[in-house]
Design a protein around this ligand. Sequence first.
Ligand code: ATP
Ligand code: MG
Length: 618
Amino acid sequence: MSAPTSNTPAADAAKPSNFIRQAIDADLAKGTYAQRRWGGQPGDGPSHAAGAPDPARIRTRFPPEPNGYLHIGHAKSIWLNFSLAQEYGGVCHLRFDDTNPEKEEQEYVDSIREMVRWLGWDHHFEDDAARPGIKQPHEYFASDYFDFMYHAAEYLIEAGHAYVDEQTPEQMRATRGDFGTPGTNSPFRDRTAEENLRLFREMRDGQHADGAMVLRAKIDMASPNINMRDPTIYRIRRATHHNTGDKWCIYPMYTYAHPIEDALEQITHSICTLEFEDQRPFYDWVLERLSEPLTRPDGNTEAGLLNAPPPRQYEFGRLNVGHVITSKRKLRQLVEENHVGGWDDPRMPTLAGLRRRGYTPEALRLFAERSGVTKTGDAWTDYAALDAALRDTLDPIAPRAMAVLEPVKLVIENWAEVFGSADHLEPCEAPVHPHRPEMGQRQFMLGREVWIERTDYEETPPKGFFRLFPGNKVRLKYGYVIECLGAAKDEADCASVVRANLIKDTKSGTPGADSVKVKGVITWVGVADGQPAEVRLYDRLFTEEQPDAGGRDFLTVLNPNSLTTMQAIVEPSLTKASPEERFQFERHGFFVADQHEHVSGQKLVFNRVTGLRDSWGK
Ligand code: ATP
Ligand code: MG
């Protein structure tokens, strides 16, 4: 495939290359990062300088905030960062961005770690090029860098690049200006470095109330980029942190912490979503200031805290999926108000939910890859693309099975006459996979009574209906041709038992199989060896493509039919299914044995991942 010739989203989406790969290619060609050294763990400039040349050609990172469960949008970021590192002989760090003490919990850390590994990047953690043979999880916590961040803030103060501001939040907002109006300087802006240092240490030591003052970067209150108008870099917040406990009562702001985290980890390509584009100048500013040497009033100089070249930030359009909500707040609301069964409800767009629904890591990776990486805007992707990725990856490998979802009994009236006994069972078999003989055969029994789909019988067939109706012949798949005689009805006038006669010498796979031509083939399960199973059919959780568009309350467009539970009968090969094993139920689509509720050999519970083709909205 040739390189993209245009920057349009369509062109990018269709090509394996993208602007981030091009940037990496250019850096590798120029040797931008070739001289870097790696100190074996995150650290400041001197600690890395003392290390060996970095064996990782690039370093990327996936930096989730552990304040919720990962969702399908994160799958894209995970894929992008880990696959780039893998392709280019680099390393990708899993960094928990836990600088905000308030909303973070161990439960989220655990589930994020589990999901990253499930998506297929577990081996990555155990393969540290710097120390062969040593398991080195490239897993880091931003809160481990609090000491450095604090030290860096003092460094900025001493260099005259930061000051303690005692304006109220309202005053700060009012003096920030807006797009058309420059901001105005704080009356506290010209404090001496000594005074700023004293006040900042008082902040750290708990001598001031929450919100009484903040530390701000001293940049330019008239900058056309509002993010450069002396952004806050530290605030006072008395909150217990999940990692550092009550050690700190001041916490760094995200926009200050993030470039530092990247630099300490020697990240080369820091990839984030487009809304951070306007933050890039501040990202660069922080890293430049901290790389510069500091000259103290007494004339002593200190080398910069960080080494060149600094990490660079790249922004791409975030992934949005039709009929899906990814806001953590709204997902929480769905769980807490019991609109779904939990964070891993198979209808949830969380990775835990998608996993339980039966989507595979391969499908999610393919979906992420196909959705493209662009810098021109957010990518809106149809949910059907996820299902297509699932089918494309699962169809070649999923074992087949027959299942009857809406069972009605079919009785073969001439059975005893043909086989000599009403109890006779005729063994039948089918390939586990039609194109993979090495996967073997599945066995099941055809008897006098079988289960068929209720919808396969019509007393008066509509035009084009080739399945069971009085007088018509169809094949029981992998079995015999039968001729329909009619049906007994229940009180509601529905067929309760369908009657048929078997036509001799038409068994599939025998020389006479084609002696009778039929237009219809139906799936079935024997009454003798069929197994009861609970089958859950899922549909979109929302009826609208953009459930929260234009400020609409997304709860008003919940799909009332997003879950249908059926009591099905499945072929005996499925009793051995283990949780999370996936199958193609012939005619019905792809199903997974439920991760939590399916118990092999005892209680069979299958979730439909998706149908055989995209039928939604048709
Ligand atoms: P949310 O808005 O759902 O809370 P977030 O961006 O705040 O998501 P983080 O935990 O901070 O969540 O995200 C970790 C990484 O995942 C970030 O680099 C972020 O850019 C990326 N990410 C989050 N959502 C998406 C998305 N929809 N598409 C692509 N990347 C995403
Ligand atoms: Mg975030």
